[in-house]
Design a protein around this ligand. Structure first.
Ligand SMILES: *[C@@H]1O[C@H](CO)[C@@H](O)[C@H](O)[C@H]1NC(C)=O
Ligand SMILES: *[C@@H]1O[C@H](CO)[C@@H](O)[C@H](O)[C@H]1NC(C)=O
Ligand SMILES: *[C@@H]1O[C@H](CO)[C@@H](O)[C@H](O)[C@H]1NC(C)=O
Ligand SMILES: *[C@@H]1O[C@H](CO)[C@@H](O)[C@H](O)[C@H]1NC(C)=O
Length: 474
């Protein structure tokens, strides 16, 4: 009986993937340790000698895509992170000249200087408007996970213009948050842009003592913070999590943000979740935009959607209201179509115990309609077990056929086939996910054609299922 089921499952997966093999996650870049485009070798040697560059302490966290480049963030959680914002070119289709490219500091080396408060200090995330304005959130405080964080610089927003009209990296706005809005123990986690109306930005502040949502109005050049203890603080009952046998403390406040498209009634909702919580929450942006809510109680406006299958860090929504987020305890990526009830509609779209350890951040590009994910094995970093002889950081990409929440819902060539396929893939994974996936990905990593994963899947699935079938019969 068991083996009959497995064969049926495999045939479904086989047929669907056979039709459109591109709609599967594949690794685009991977790094054991990160390296940079140094001005020259002596510069690098000086950074290494003076512990301004400590490879074990340097990790990628955020990712966003604009035109032909990937922008990645390297938070300064510990000493020895020479660059906090960098970029690499997107791979050109079919050409993988280098699968571990050196990171180019953005916008320059000068802007990476620790302790110079006019330069970038500690960047966890960015968001890029389709027009090319890149919003960078900088906590100011550095070495935040060490015994002695340094908070000489204040938290800031930098807005850079990436468009070709000006030289990329021109600062179009720089906002220093006053201490009255954001205290110096802040940690700015994630940012979304609400371009509807007069331009609001929402930022999660995971401060241990005073977590909340920062609202910044571009038009008024003003900011304020909205707080809700129940939904923006870590759940006291959620303290640690095991990821591939490594226990990490996840008792941290509000983290990933996702903004919905504009509804038919002209409304948007901001979705969020603390790192240390299984619950997913949302609040109408009209509540956030009303500065009177900076004091007073917004708990009545917060909606609790339900329990996620695991905790998550980054999340992103597409222009049709489909939310994508990681499941850290399951090495998996999940999606939920927010037009449907949360319960019963969380679909796991990828799971891999090797490749998907800590899916930290998500971004859509504008042209290819691919979803890009960074996975960074953060559990090893947090527990001091980084092994520089194995891949620690990966950029993983899948074609979804959609664009981000920053694009209008109409006028998009929404590939219905991608929708159908991912849904059937969910079903096909429910047989024996780990075995099927691991055999596929062992192939991917064991072979330098990182992108061949999609095409090889059906055959490897068949092999995996044949192995399982044998076991079941025996
Ligand atoms: C990483 O940073 C921490 C704290 O900032 C420091 O104590 C540690 O020595 C660094 N790691 C290495 C391998 O030097
Ligand atoms: C600080 O950084 C800014 C921006 O890169 C630069 O213009 C300035 O010269 C730097 N100041 C010092 C003292 O290095
Ligand atoms: C915005 O306000 C800050 C003070 O909070 C000021 O330093 C800055 O120059 C203002 N920017 C613009 C574009 O008005
Ligand atoms: C976009 O996704 C497709 C299919 O997953 C992949 O073949 C392609 O390389 C991706 N493009 C980029 C630039 O990552």
């Amino acid at each position: 009986m068991l083996w009959v089921q497995l064969v049926v499952i495999s045939v479904t997966g086989f047929a669907v993937r056979g039709q459109d093999p591109t709609e599967v996650f594949g690794v685009t870049y991977e790094w054991n340790k990160l390296d940079f485009t140094w001005p020259d070798d002596s510069f690098k040697a000086r950074f290494l000698d003076s512990s301004q560059f400590i490879p074990e302490n340097t990790t990628i966290s955020g990712v966003k895509v604009w035109r032909d480049r990937l922008y990645v963030t390297l938070p300064r959680w510990r000493r020895g992170v020479p660059v906090t914002l960098a970029s690499v070119p997107l791979p050109t289709a079919g050409r993988y000249l280098n699968t571990s490219p050196k990171l180019e500091p953005f916008p320059s080396w000068e802007m990476q200087h620790v302790g110079n408060c006019s330069a970038l200090q500690n960047v966890q995330n960015v968001e890029i408007h389709p027009d090319g304005y890149m919003w960078v959130i900088d906590s100011g405080r550095v070495d935040t996970l060490s015994q002695h964080p340094d908070s000489r610089c204040a938290p800031k927003i930098f807005v850079f213009d990436l468009s070709s009209g000006t030289s990329p990296g021109v600062i179009v706005r720089e906002v220093t948050f006053p201490d009255s809005v954001i205290s110096r123990d802040t940690y700015l986690e994630d940012i979304v842009l609400d371009t509807d109306g007069s331009g609001y930005t929402y930022i999660s502040d995971s401060s241990e003592n005073d977590p909340g949502l920062i609202v910044y109005s571009w038009k008024e050049n003003r900011s304020w913070k909205v707080r809700d203890g129940r939904s923006m603080r870590a759940d006291p009952g959620v303290r640690s999590l095991s990821i591939n046998g490594v226990y990490v403390d996840i008792n941290r406040n509000i983290a990933g943000l996702a903004l919905s498209p504009v509804s038919d009634s002209g409304q948007r909702r901001l979705y969020y979740s603390p790192l240390g919580s299984y619950s997913l929450f949302s609040i109408p942006t009209s509540v956030l935009r009303d500065e009177t809510h900076a004091v007073g109680d917004v708990s009545g406006y917060v909606k609790t959607h339900g329990r996620k299958r695991s905790i998550s860090q980054g999340m992103v929504m597409d222009s049709h209201g489909v939310l994508y987020y990681g499941l850290l305890g399951e090495n998996a990526i999940t999606k939920w179509d927010t037009n449907l009830p949360f319960e019963g509609n969380q679909h796991k779209i990828a799971q891999d115990n090797n490749l998907l350890q800590w899916p930290a951040s998500f971004g859509f590009d504008s042209q290819l309609r691919n979803l890009t994910v960074v996975s960074n094995r953060l559990q090893n970093f947090l527990s001091g077990r980084v092994h520089l002889n194995e891949p620690n950081f990966r950029i993983i990409t899948a074609f979804t056929g959609t664009k981000s929440y920053l694009y209008p819902r109409t006028g998009i060539d929404y590939a219905t086939s991608s929708h159908r396929t991912t849904e059937i893939l969910d079903g096909s994974f429910s047989g024996d996910r780990n075995t099927i996936h691991q055999s596929r990905h062992e192939h991917i990593t064991g072979n330098n054609h990182l992108n061949a994963g999609g095409r090889m899947t059906p055959i490897l699935n068949m092999i995996a299922v044949l192995v399982i079938t044998r076991l079941a019969v025996a």
